[in-house]
Design a protein around this ligand. Structure first.
Ligand code: ADP
Length: 589
């Protein structure tokens, strides 16, 4: 052969020398062909060669290899798991990369299909169920039956996954192909969607709040819960054929505007009026929001019946207005009262002023009267002393002048005293004094008084509450004497026979009680209060005429007791006698 490459010559030379035959395949670069070469030595030193052109076979095998690599690459890159197993032997012929990704095992780690089933279905019960189900479906020979969805597998890492499987048996090729898709993510998403729909349903249907779903395009009522059906009064079937135009009392255009606004703003609180089946119009608050349900948008409405609140609001406004009006009247009255108060204040000041004037007048008057009266008394005394031998009757006239003048002076003193007291000008001068001595002094005066009233048969009894000579009290002795003397002169005046009792006793460490009791004419119960009024006398006609007095004594006494922060009380029975009880606080030493 021309241009035979050197290595051919070397090989054949060796066959000729050794006699050993040789068979090999080689490619001739010169001829551009593949040869099956058989060289043998018919005799030592010779060789023979059989060349068979195998170029076509080689090309075919090459193409086959290329094809295999191509399909392998495709299978490996497929996004679905693919496995090929022998039907008869149940062993794995091939598993792709996705199979490894989903299940976690490579082909060389798996013995048989049963081995794989043990691995991916560790729970024997579940595994048996799946095995029986799959075997039945495959044996049925019906292609449509040979797919299973939502099968839970456990991957090599222990992770639970949800797959969908398809089996393709190729009986003639003794092969079964399994194709599986990892549905875990989709399954979870579906589960979540199902759960959230269930949650929504329970929130919607079981809610006490009234809820509606509205189609924003048609304004149709798509759904309503029982609370809403109760409120509006419609049957569900009928209600779901109605639209918001049937509920809302506003014009269609206005309703459309509101719906569009809600769609744009996603959520909104509306205040409007809805009509019920029975024609009632209700004030409602609507909390709206947009929700998506099965890829469609709806307006979700929560409705609150605001009618009562609205009514209450109106009632409250009316009430408020009333109160405002009343307030105005009150303010007006207040102004009037203020004005009246001012006038009263003015009147009071004027009265006080006139009281002062009255007191000043009385003081002046008494001074003016006292001076000439003293002169009269003085001159009457002189006359009585100087005129020894005057006729009896003249003497008696002068005595009259003197007595009456003294009486008039005492009346003037009383009036002056009372007017001072009423003007609040009474001055007390408390001091320590011997009460028992005061009682002795009073006893003497009263006895002198009784001597003058010769017609009366009265015993005068004095009782001292404390016998101790050193007993002293802290009070105004002059005023206490005045009080007791007033009461005793009254007792003498209104008693003809029997006794007069003057006593004191301590009732505790701070209060002393004086009692002046007599067995005289007594006072009718109905006059018990009146006797303390000034210029008030309550005697009947006879007594009135026979006993002197102008009704000032008890009034002065009461004022004096009050000034000493004490109390005066009277107990009396007509015809039996009278008892005056005076309690005065004192500071005992
Ligand atoms: P009068 O100057 O008239 O005695 P009083 O103010 O001292 O005025 O007394 C008022 C009235 O109380 C007397 O008019 C009399 O009716 C009645 N009265 C006062 N003390 C006695 C008494 N001891 N017994 C009966 N009546 C009395």
């Amino acid at each position: 052969m021309p241009e035979t490459e050197q290595y051919w010559i070397n090989i054949f030379g060796k066959v000729a020398q050794t006699g050993e035959p040789l068979r090999f395949e080689n490619y001739s670069n010169v001829l551009k062909k593949h040869f099956d070469v058989f060289a043998f030595s018919p005799q030592i030193g010779q060789f023979a060669v059989l060349f068979t052109d195998i170029t076509k076979r080689k090309d075919y095998l090459y193409q086959l290899k290329q094809q295999k690599e191509f399909s392998q690459t495709i299978l490996d890159r497929l996004p679905i798991a693919v496995s090929l197993s022998s039907l008869s032997k149940q062993t794995f012929k091939y598993t792709n990369d996705k199979f490894y990704e989903i299940y976690g095992w490579r082909q060389d780690e798996l013995d048989t299909i049963d081995d794989l089933l043990h691995k991916v279905y560790p729970d024997p019960k579940y595994r048996n169920r799946i095995k029986i189900e799959m075997a039945n479906d495959i044996n049925s020979g019906i292609i449509e039956n040979m797919s299973w969805s939502n099968v839970e597998i456990t991957s090599k890492s222990g992770e639970k996954k949800i797959v969908s499987l398809v089996a393709i048996p190729l009986i003639e090729q003794d092969t079964i192909i399994y194709v599986s898709i990892d549905n875990t993510q989709i399954h979870h998403t579906e589960e979540l969607a199902r759960e959230s729909e269930a949650v929504f349903s329970s929130i919607f249907y079981d809610n006490f709040s009234m809820m509606l779903l509205i189609d924003p395009e048609t304004k149709q009522i798509v759904d309503a819960n029982d609370a809403a059906l109760d409120f509006y009064g419609w049957e569900r079937e009928k209600f779901l054929t109605m639209s918001v135009y049937d509920l809302n009392i506003n014009k269609d255009n206005a309703i459309n505007d509101v719906v569009n606004y809600v769609v744009q703003n996603k959520h909104q609180i509306l205040e409007t009026k809805h009509r019920l089946k029975d024609g009632q119009i209700k004030d409602v608050y609507i909390y709206t929001c947009i929700i998506k349900k099965r890829k469609k948008r709806f307006i979700h409405n929560i409705i609150y019946d605001n009618t009562e609140k609205k009514r209450a609001e109106i009632a409250m406004n009316v009430q408020e207005q009333k109160l405002r009006d009343q307030n105005k009247v009150l303010l007006n009255n207040n102004e009037k009262i203020k004005k009246i108060n001012k006038e009263l204040d003015k009147a009071r000041k004027e009265a006080e002023e006139s009281n002062k004037l009255k007191t000043a007048f009385l003081a002046n008057m008494s001074h003016e009267i006292r001076t000439p009266m003293n002169a009269i008394v003085g001159f009457a005394d002189i006359l009585l002393l100087e005129l020894d031998e005057v006729p009896e009757d003249i003497n008696s006239y002068i005595s009259h002048i003197k007595d009456n003048s003294e009486h008039l002076l005492s009346i003037i003193d009383d009036i002056l005293d009372l007017s001072k007291m009423e003007a609040g000008k009474i001055n007390l001068t408390p001091a320590l004094f011997d009460l028992n001595s005061l009682f002795d002094k009073l006893k003497e005066s009263v006895e002198a008084l009784l001597l003058i009233n010769t017609n009366k048969k009265i015993d005068f009894i004095v009782e001292k509450g404390v016998a101790d000579d050193s007993f002293m009290i802290f009070a105004d002795s002059f005023r206490i004497e005045q009080i007791l003397f007033n009461l005793i002169t009254n007792a003498v005046k209104y008693t003809d026979s029997g006794y007069i009792n003057m006593s004191y006793k301590l009732i505790n460490s701070t209060d002393i009680v004086f009692i002046v009791a007599d067995t005289g004419s007594g006072i009718d119960a109905k006059h018990k209060n009146a006797i303390f009024d000034r210029f008030t006398r309550v005697d009947d006609e006879d007594i009135y005429k026979t006993r002197e007095g102008i009704g000032l004594g008890l009034s002065i006494t009461k004022n004096l007791v009050a000034a000493m922060k004490g109390t005066i009380d009277v107990e009396s029975e007509v015809g039996k006698g009278t008892k005056f009880i005076i309690t005065i606080p004192f500071n005992q030493n």
